[in-house]
Write a protein that binds this ligand. Structure first.
Ligand SMILES: [Zn+2]
Length: 104
């Protein structure tokens, strides 16, 4: 497994889920193969056919990544009550990233 400088896993699609955060409406949404937009319509994004590369747009779009292993484990370990929530690893993807391209 190899991690790019931007933190996105290069091999094996699906090891990192890409999301978009909109600075205007605060909407966080995951990408799919269909183009999705945030609630205010300012930002958008979608995966290319390889499931690894993605494109997004909007001056207020901030790309995010969830590490799958970390997220799946946190969901599985969800406490029932009176406990701290389970953390998982997420990160802000840099503006210049080989697998996440901002279209102006
Ligand atoms: Zn928005």
């Amino acid at each position: 497994m190899c991690v790019l400088d931007c933190g996105v896993y290069k091999t094996g699609k699906g090891e990192c889920v890409k999301l978009i955060f909109c600075r205007l409406c605060q909407h966080v949404y995951s990408l799919s193969y269909d183009k999705h937009t945030c609630m205010c319509g300012e930002t958008w994004g979608y995966y290319l056919h390889d499931g690894l590369h993605a494109v997004y747009g909007g001056a207020n779009a901030v790309p995010l990544g969830f590490l799958n292993d970390s997220f799946v484990k946190a969901v599985a370990d969800q406490p029932e009550e009176n406990a701290r929530g389970v953390r998982f690893e997420a990160f802000v993807i840099p503006t210049k990233c080989d697998t996440m391209t901002l279209e102006e």
